[in-house]
Each structure stands twice: as C-alpha cells, then as structure tokens.
Design a protein around this ligand. Structure first.
Ligand code: B12
Ligand code: SF4
Length: 534
C-alpha cells in the first residue's frame, strides 16, 4: 500500500475553476481500487497561497507526490515541484498528462525535481509505477510508458499498449474533489439557456481519440498517436503520428455513470469532454450517439422540457440531465442532432476555424467552406445551439483568406472573436515551426511554454505573412466584421511590402511523423484495472 498525494495544478487562472480534472480523478479511483491510500490537493479549485501547499505536504508521510495537467499548467507545476522537492526531499515526484507527454525529454531537463514521468496513457502505467517504487525489488526500467533518469541520462521505456476496453475503467473518484464548495457553484455557463440555469454540472469523458488530423491539434499520446523511437540524436524520444485507435465507452457504461451521478449528486448537466463527439460517432459507424440518446431517454435522464417538447424556463433547473459537447461541420447529420436534442443536448462547440477553402484544405479538418456555412443552420434547426470557434493567423493566412472568413460571418449573421493560431506542444504545427518558435523566444523554448495560455493573446507567430501587430489588428477586424478596413489595410500592405515572400518556412522536427504508425493496443482486457474489481 502506498500513500499517494495528487496535486491538481492551476489552469486558466483568470477564470473560476470549472472542470474536475478527469484524468486525475480516474487515476485516484484506480489507485484506491488497488488498495492504496489517496488524497487530492486540488490547487486549481481552491486557489490558495503556498502556505497551504506546505501544510498539505506535511500532513502525512506521502510515498508519492503525483502531479499533471495540460501544457498550459507548466508554470504552476514548475512552482509546485520545487516546493515539494524542497519540503519532502526524499519523496518521489511522479508527473504525467499532456504537459509531460508532449515533450518528456525537455520537461525532465527543465524540472530535475521530477523523479519519474508517465508518458501517454497512465491507467496501467501509473499504478504499476507506484507499486514498483514501493517494492524496490522490481526494476523501474521494466515499467512500460515512463521517462526516468539513469546516471544523469534521460531514458524512455517502450511505449505502453493502450487498454483494449475503456469499460474496464472504474468511475472517477469525484468525492475527492470539492463539488459543493467549488465546482457546482461554477456550473453555469452562457452557451445556452439550459447551461445557464445549470446548478450541478459534472464533466464526463465518453471516448479517446478522433480520426482526423487537424494540424494544430494533439491527442495526448492516448489515442494511438504516439510511438517511441530514437530521435535524430540517437536518444529515446516520443514521436506523434497520424496513427489512431478511436476507443469509446459503451452507451451502457456512460448512461449508468450519468444515472449514478444523478442519484448520488443530483446533477442537472453533463459536459462531454470528448475530443469530438461526431468524429467518434463516425468511427462507430453512426451508432454510438444514437444508442446513448435512446438509453438516456429509456433510463429517465431526459429533461422534462424535452419530454414535453417545450422551451426551458428558470423553474426547470434540475428537471433531468441536459448535456453538451463538441461537433463537426461535415460529420453531423440532422437525424442525429434531432435525437440528441430530444435526449437533452443543449449546445455543441464547432471548431469551424476559418471559411477559406485553402486554409481548410491544408488544415486536415475534413470540412469545406460550404460545410461550415451550412453547419450553423443544420445545428440550429435541430434546436441545439452551435458555438463556433474561429482562428486567425494560420501559417498561410492572407488578406483574402481573412476576407473569406469575414464574408461568411456576415452571411451567417454570427459574431466571433478569433483565437490566435498557436502551436501547442505535440501538434504537427509545433514540430513544423519549433525552430521559428525558439527563434522568436530568443533561443529559450521553456519561456514559450511558460507563456502559453488559451490562445487569446499572441505567443509565437506561425503566420508566414503577418506580423504580430498585424494579427492583433486582423483579430479586431474579424470580430467587427470590418471589410472596409480590411480592404484599406491590404492596399497599404501591397504598397509597402512584398506579400509574395514569407517571413519563414516550415522545418519539420523528428517528433512528428505524418504517417499512420500506431501505438499498440493491448490484446486482452486489463489485468491491472480488473483484478481488484470496480
Ligand atoms: C477539459 C479540458 C480542458 C479544461 C481543463 C481541465 C483541467 N482541469 O485540467 C479547460 C477548459 C480549462 C481547457 C482549456 C484549454 N485546453 Co483543454 N482540454 C480539455 C479536454 C477536453 C479534456 C481533458 C480530459 O480530461 N481528458 C480525459 C482524461 C482522462 O485525459 P487526461 O486528462 O489527458 O488524462 C490522462 C493522461 O493524460 C494522464 N494524466 C493526466 N493527468 C495526470 C496526472 C498524473 C500525475 C499522471 C501520472 C498522469 C496524468 O492520465 C490520464 C489517463 O491516461 C482535452 C481534450 C481531451 N478530450 O482529452 C483538451 C486538451 C487537453 N486541451 C487542449 C488545449 C489546447 C486547451 C486550450 C489551450 C484551448 C484554448 N485555445 O483555449 C486551453 C488552455 C487554457 C489555459 N489557459 O490553460 C489540448 C492540449 C494541448 C496541449 N499541448 O496540452 C487538448 C488535448 C485538446 C486538443 N485536442 O487539442 N481544457
Ligand atoms: S476534429 Fe477536433 S479533435 Fe479531431 S483532430 Fe480536428 S481539432 Fe482535433
């Protein structure tokens, strides 16, 4: 038995905490099932001073301190591991999740306080690592899917096969998180009336993976997209590919989980964290979402307003379980959207990104200008609110591509303030533009990682034709749908600069391989997850 302290770092400091960290909640549950003693310090939820972290670190004789999150939590993780190492110098610190998986060698170099890193899917790796650390007769280098140090050198073990059946996973340990004190208070969002009246929302994850290959996206090494090989310098390293295993929970597992959440915590809303519900539905040959919706209704989760086919009002809060998620402009169909609406779906996020045909083609999104334009009406007709996401500053963005986006926004009568194209670690863009990013940060890649946020500000520019100042202006012109000033800007630019040349080119790094090589998937059900029962 090990005593494990999980620390959830702060994410999106400018906003209130809205999302229970699903990965940590699952790992905590798996470890409890295996007989370990687990505690969570949810630094993101509590937002307390460092004094409290010291108190938590002193509160017990922890055998392992575990920390992880997405790349943008790097700055806070850096601070926490320094405090933890200083306060508990002999306790191993284990890190995992997106921030580490995207660049394990660099993270181990920058943060010498981390003892071991879990690379990619952690469901089997983490408990096995914990048990190996506790039982010193086992050797660390036998644990697949980790990064560690040997005589000062950074080593990666072979890739961990992905678990075959997601339904082997226990339900997350929600009770270790401050639901009443923090998360339920931040349930409401402005995306739809039903989301606005929500008082008790919890997020759930129905699947891992997405069959598409958008160049700015990344799948956390948990969807078949990661292999381990020797990089250009002959060192073990991660390589991300177009390989995919799209895995999904059965509708029965998901609906039972939501029923349990309804019975235990009286929830009124779930947000699906899935990368993209429609691409997963396509991988299931269009059955998955239909079956979820049918079961949702059959098991009594359908909200009353939907049963009675009427609009929702404030008094309807808690009359069933509404839900939201992500959609795709060319893979959603009226029949499935209508079914989702009937079951309780309120809004879907659409990564439309651009309305320029060439930008969309180069992006790997699998949608066209026509799909994007039509998708808004198709979704609205079903009763579900589409929430469009737009990006400015693509590598090949031009005045003409921006014009195509603005004209579509005008045609649709919708408003969007675009995010800036940002190369997050792990993505194809990051690897294509890494040299340029490092140059823009005066040779210091870590400063770039520390600077990353939610793409509402400019970090490194990957646009070959626009300066950062121009991109800021273009963002405003798109938000204001201002074709007049766009035209003037183009005229001036044509006079003063040679727009046919690029500021820089793509220079692909070893860590991305545009081929379909896949992480292996386990041949049988997980022994680690099933031996100790749910
Ligand atoms: C929920 C979520 C968020 C939440 C954060 C939730 C939280 N408390 O951490 C919010 C809404 C704040 C968010 C914001 C953003 N997100 Co986000 N988000 C997600 C999302 C949808 C789900 C994450 C999740 O829970 N997955 C399910 C769990 C089971 O997976 P997991 O967390 O990865 O955990 C597994 C492993 O990674 C590992 N693990 C995780 N934690 C730990 C900890 C330890 C100790 C160990 C050992 C292992 C481990 O174990 C788990 C099992 O294998 C993912 C997409 C996806 N479906 O995964 C994107 C994703 C993580 N987000 C992403 C991005 C780009 C963003 C934004 C930048 C988007 C934007 N433009 O605004 C912002 C950043 C905001 C900011 N300022 O920091 C990228 C990650 C890019 C990167 N290189 O890190 C993802 C992958 C989306 C994508 N496909 O591109 N996000
Ligand atoms: S559709 Fe969404 S999840 Fe899939 S690759 Fe593109 S951005 Fe990523």
């Amino acid at each position: 038995m090990a005593k494990i302290l999980f620390v959830n770092p702060i994410v999106r400091e400018e906003d209130v905490p809205r999302h229970i960290p699903y990965g940590i909640a699952l790992l905590a549950s798996i470890c409890i099932n295996r007989g370990h003693k687990v505690q969570v310090f949810d630094a993101n939820a509590w937002r307390l001073s460092d004094d409290f972290l010291y108190q938590v670190l002193d509160a017990d004789d922890w055998d392992i301190i575990a920390i992880g999150g997405l790349t943008t939590t790097y700055g806070h993780i850096k601070k926490i591991v320094k405090i933890a190492k200083h306060n508990n110098p002999t306790t191993p610190i284990v890190a995992g999740g997106g921030f580490l998986t995207s660049m394990p060698r660099e993270i181990m170099q920058w943060l010498p306080e981390i003892t071991y890193g879990v690379v990619g899917e952690a469901f089997e790796t983490f408990p096995e690592l914990v048990e190996t650390i506790k039982d010193s007769s086992n050797s660390i280098n036998k644990v697949k899917g980790i990064v560690y140090r040997l005589k000062g050198e950074i080593k990666l073990t072979p890739v961990r096969p992905l678990i075959k059946d997601l339904d082997d996973l226990p339900w997350p340990a929600w009770d270790l998180f401050p639901l009443e004190e923090v998360y339920f208070k931040n349930s409401s969002s402005l995306f739809s009336e039903e989301a606005y009246i929500s008082k008790r929302r919890i997020d759930i994850n129905g699947s891992f993976g997405c069959g598409l290959i958008c160049r700015y996206c990344w799948h956390l090494g948990t969807t078949g997209d990661m292999i381990i090989g020797q990089n250009a310098s002959g060192n073990d390293d991660v390589q991300f590919t177009f390989g995919r295993h799209v895995r999904m929970h059965s509708p029965r597992y998901l609906v039972d989980m939501v029923k349990h959440l309804r019975n235990t915590y009286n929830i009124d809303f779930v947000n699906f964290l899935d990368e993209n519900l429609m691409t997963v539905n396509t991988s299931s040959r269009y059955k998955w979402l239909s079956e979820i919706c049918e079961l949702w209704i059959a098991e009594g989760l359908q909200p009353k307003s939907r049963k009675e086919k009427r609009s929702v009002s404030a008094e309807d809060a808690g009359d069933g379980v509404y839900f939201s998620g992500t959609s795709h402009a060319s893979l959603h169909y009226p029949e499935i959207l209508e079914k989702m609406y009937e079951a309780g779906c309120t809004h879907l996020v659409y990564g439309l990104e651009s309305f320029d045909p060439k930008i969309l083609k180069d992006l790997g999104k699998g949608s066209t200008r026509k799909n994007n334009i039509e998708s808004v009406g198709v979704c609205l007709n079903s009763g579900i609110k589409p929430i469009p996401n737009i990006i400015v500053g693509f590598p090949d963005e031009t005045y003409s591509s921006v014009r195509n986006t603005i004209s579509a926004l005008i045609e649709l009568g919708i408003h969007a303030k675009p995010h800036f194209a940002t190369a997050y670690p792990g993505s194809e863009w990051f690897n294509a533009f890494k040299h340029e990013i490092i140059k823009q940060y005066n040779g210091n890649l870590e400063n770039y990682i520390l600077d990353l946020g939610d793409a509402t500000k400019i970090t490194a520019t990957i646009s070959k034709h626009f300066t950062p100042a121009e991109l800021l202006g273009l963002q405003t012109l798109i938000a204001n749908k201002d074709l007049r000033n766009l035209g003037l800007s183009e005229q001036y630019a044509n006079k003063t600069k040679d727009i046919s040349t690029s500021f820089f080119g793509e220079n692909p790094e070893w860590n991305f391989k545009a081929s379909k090589e896949k992480t292996p998937i386990a041949q049988s059900t997980s022994k680690v997850l099933t031996t100790n029962g749910k």
